[in-house]
Ligand binder design. Structure first.
Ligand SMILES: [Zn+2]
Ligand SMILES: [Zn+2]
Length: 233
């Protein structure tokens, strides 16, 4: 068991690890890869730079999150797509690590009206689908830098090996590979908060740079303002 320093305990937050099985599910299901929900007249999102289809990373049905997070992140389906085309290296040339980069497409949609009979386009290294069937609740704690913002100096190495929790997770504290990098809401300027951590080589066979870690964030006042960014060491 990890020793949680008492001064950090008030900053405990709940995180949830997705429990997945191989294969796709319903169009509105929470999942990694597979078929996203798209409106009938909508095309599969394309990269505005190379014009290739974007890789579908994940979607979360916000109405089907763990009880404690009902309404926390709004309603509808949060989707994230990213250009993984290795011939054009859009994510390198256009700074895919930056929040609001053109090489990702992230949104919350309301699955109303008729849905598209989705066909997955041809693309390089298409990710195999994984369906999220459950969530495992865990305790999470902030890293050194964030603790320092609260005036807490952590000196326990064992702590940092365990927290913040690595891998894909819903809510909790971000695992920052570099500094604290919450984007600011384009509307109100407030610091956005973590919705989902997308780590390298966890549920998706993809590496952000050299074992980087990505974060989907959201403005708590403007829930349609969602962003994705990543960093590596
Ligand atoms: Zn591209
Ligand atoms: Zn805002």
């Amino acid at each position: 068991m990890t020793n949680i320093p008492p001064e950090i305990q008030p900053y405990k937050s709940e995180a949830w690890k997705p429990i997945t099985i191989d294969g796709d599910g319903a169009l509105i299901a929470s999942k990694f890869a597979g078929k996203p929900w798209l409106a009938k007249d909508e095309q599969w999102p394309k990269c505005p730079l190379c014009q290739n289809p974007l890789q579908f990373f994940l979607q979360l049905n916000l109405n089907q999150l763990p009880e404690a997070l009902q309404n926390e992140f709004g309603s509808g389906i949060l989707q994230m797509f990213y250009c993984t085309n290795v011939d054009t290296l859009c994510d390198v040339d256009y700074e895919g690590w930056e929040a609001f980069s053109d090489v990702h497409f992230i949104r919350i949609l309301q699955p109303e009206g008729e849905e598209k009979d989705v066909e997955i386009p041809q693309m390089q290294d298409l990710f195999p689908p994984k369906l999220i069937v459950d969530w495992q609740q865990l305790e999470d704690y902030p890293n050194y830098d964030e603790a320092a913002e609260f005036g807490i100096e952590l000196d326990d190495e064992l702590y940092e090996d365990n927290f913040p929790i690595q891998g894909d997770k819903l809510a909790g504290w971000p695992l920052w590979v570099q500094g604290i990098e919450y984007p600011n809401c384009p509307i109100c300027g407030e610091r956005m908060r973590l919705v989902f951590q997308v780590d390298s080589e966890d549920n998706l066979p993809f590496m952000f740079g050299d074992l980087g870690c990505g974060h989907i964030t959201q403005c708590k006042h403007h829930k349609n303002q969602v962003a994705f960014a990543w960093a590596c060491g």
